[in-house]
Design a protein around this ligand. Structure first.
Ligand code: SF4
Length: 369
């Protein structure tokens, strides 16, 4: 049924664009598990997981997470290992730590009920402008726009914005435009309609304008400028970091250390090691890092492999070595914990991409004898 026909026409906004968009959404909304609930906790979990991550990737994590931690209480009571295991592979691990802290706060300060007040929402650890707006609009029906990457792109094209939408002025222009389109009381459908349009039709490299329900309103399309919108700010190439990793074996076990909470990959387990200095010899760097982190001297180092991974802001090349050391007992100088893990059981320890690959190689070597 048309929204005009349903009487939801509002003369405050350009009605036909909004109505056309909402009609399309009414018929084409993606069927996603977090859309079948009004539970703000479940909506928050989905919104956090979806940051920087595709829906298809999030779906199995979301189902597993909601089965294991169905409410703030279950999440607050989870151990760090449980949490990291449920999150492993999603990346940006700080999100999981912040959710844990937020759940504890909800239990402590809101009697386990997810807060509705915008100020309380923003005061939850890890809840920034976008998440507060998304949860506010989708779970509580607040009349706000949640500007994520999809919305920025679609709106920048619709209004043919000639500014970087991430600049202060660009964002203000986008928000002003989106707010002028926002139908009162229907922010949940409006935001999700734009999210879906951005994820399925108004794609970054290949916008399917022929299939777009609001193509007739799109100023970038009219100007033939879809591919020039959004305008991108200057981006430098990714800096690269060179690392060394030491595998210290003892019978069938190897030593792993837990990274401190808060930093990159915080709370995950890793093989000891660290960055090399500029032009530093790899084995010299390995001895220096292992001595500094564990207080033991590497006496011999056998190359295991070279591993590469790109994060958002830099790329890492890690050189792993199997080490013979002076036999003294390692001490955790930089890790929060050390553990001797059986090579077959390494998979049970939450790890980042590179360490997970090293662990897999070690297991394959052990199986090959
Ligand atoms: S017409 Fe093309 S560029 Fe404009 S909103 Fe639709 S898909 Fe995006």
């Amino acid at each position: 049924m048309s929204h005009l026909a349903s009487g939801r026409y509002n003369p405050r906004m350009p009605p036909s664009l909004t109505d056309t968009l909402l009609d399309w959404y009414g018929n084409h909304a993606r069927d996603l598990p977090w859309r079948r609930t009004g539970d703000p906790y479940a909506i928050w979990v989905a919104e956090v997981m979806l940051q920087q991550t595709r829906v298809e990737t999030v779906l199995p994590y979301y189902r597993k997470w909601m089965a294991r931690f169905p409410d703030p209480k279950a999440l607050a009571e989870a151990s760090s290992d449980e949490l990291m295991s449920a999150w492993e592979g999603l990346g940006y691990y700080r999100r999981a730590h912040n959710m844990h802290l937020a759940a504890e706060k909800i239990l402590r300060e809101h009697a386990g009920q997810f807060p509705q007040n915008p100020e309380d929402l923003r005061n939850l650890p890890g809840v920034g402008k976008y998440t507060a707006a998304a949860v506010g609009a989708i779970a509580f029906g607040a009349d706000v726009v949640a500007l994520d990457g999809n919305l920025r792109r679609v709106l920048a094209r619709l209004m043919d914005l000639d500014l970087d939408p991430r600049s202060v002025e660009g964002e203000a222009r986008l928000l002003g435009y989106a707010t002028s389109l926002l139908p009162e009381g229907r922010a949940s459908a409006f935001n999700q309609a734009l999210m879906d349009l951005g994820a399925t039709i108004c794609l970054p490299r290949r916008p399917a304008c022929d299939a777009c329900p609001i193509a007739g309103f799109c100023r970038a399309k009219a100007a033939g400028a879809q591919m020039d919108r959004p305008v991108r700010g200057a981006r430098a190439g990714l800096p690269s970091v060179r690392r060394v990793c030491g595998v210290l074996p003892r019978q069938r076990s190897v030593l792993i250390g837990r990274r401190p909470l808060g930093g990159l990959l915080g709370g995950l387990w890793e093989f000891p090691g660290g960055d090399t200095a500029d032009n530093e010899d790899l084995e010299v760097a390995l001895r220096r890092q292992v001595l500094g982190q564990l207080g033991v001297r590497v006496e011999d180092a056998l190359p295991l492999g070279v591993y590469r991974h790109s994060y958002t802001h830099f790329q890492v090349t890690a050189h792993a070595f199997i080490c013979a050391w002076d036999g003294s007992e390692p001490t955790a100088f930089e890790h929060t914990d050390l553990r001797w893990a059986d090579v077959d059981q390494l998979a049970a320890n939450p790890m980042g991409k590179i360490d997970r690959t090293i662990a897999r190689d070690l297991k394959e070597r052990a199986e090959a004898g």
